[in-house]
Design a protein around this ligand. Sequence first.
Ligand code: PEP
Ligand code: MN
Length: 398
Amino acid sequence: MKHPAKDEQQQVEELVMKVGEIIHRVVDGEQTSIIVIPDPGRDQWICDTVRPLEFISHVEAIDTSYVLSARHSQKERTVVSITKDLHIGAREFVVMAGPCTVESKEQTYHIAQSVKKAGALVLRGGAFKPRTSPFTFQGLGQRGLEILAQTGQKLGLPIICEMTCQSQLPLFDKHADIIQVGMRNALNYPLLKTCGKLESKKPILLKGGIGATIDEFLAAADYILCEGNPNVILCLRGTIGFSQESRSAINVADIPALRRRTHLPIVVDPSHAAGRWGLVPAISAAALVAGADGLLVEVHHNPLTALVDGPQALLPERFERLMFRLAAIAPAVGRTLAPVEITRPDDAHPLHDLCLEDPGPAPGEKRPIIDDEERRALLSFLSTPPEPKKEQKNQRDK
Ligand code: PEP
Ligand code: MN
């Protein structure tokens, strides 16, 4: 509608409300757009009735399964504020990093310190792990989240952690700065709605489902937005693919494609996409160049002993090298990186070698992850005597 006078807008709204529901209004300078979900079969009626009105400039039937996350719902790009100084979706390329999983206070602190030093602005770590097998390590639960929060506070880093069910919401609302909804829950609509209803409007990082299309991804984001939480960050982490080389298939073309379709910020998780650390630098650089707003990267100081996802974790030194390279690339694509002093590692040329490191064994390949650094880590691990196990009383003995 062009220059709608109050009663003209009211006239249109009353008309459409007879046969549909108004779900969104967008005021853009001199224009106001009204987005309507018509009652079944009434879309043509709405178009035909509204179009001839003199102050209507455009009527369009939108043929997508997503609405609120779409570009036409908001002209300017959404910038999600994590703290008063940290924003995702603006000029700064925000790198979030840390272990896949919180294993102990010491492990978390050690890794957090190293990623902070290298320029990460958010600390990641899992506490409630959605594992494929119920017999594998499931995370430290509440204690894990508390360790992550305490570590973040100590170092002045906001934290991101994955929430796996609605009942955890009060805990996450209290401790997390960003709530992650992971790949396995990416289409869990009740969970998404719960995130949308959060009074604090805490930022939600939503990963794409393993087989989800872009339409389904954006429709999932709508589930959060339509409940009133506008702070949604999309995270591409790869989908099912045919390559034997990586854990999932990440399509770099999805980044500009998404940017054309949505106003929401987009980050990339190169670690779960790759499944092996050696591919992480190339995917990260590609994400930066293709227009992503940040990364979510897994780092571990001793990948061989990591309880989850060791093969895809970067050693802290490799993470530092990656940050150095990203810092060199960022200005060429109009981005800034955290203003920390990263000294140039001896062997790091910013613009080559990204893909030349041995990427380690492919998923399912029997070759051990081994190079000098890992061999040293392994030997030091093997030469450290294990801590005596605490007596675990058998439930049945009680
Ligand atoms: C994670 O970030 O640790 C995780 C489990 O990721 P995804 O949901 O992408 O598998
Ligand atoms: Mn992981």
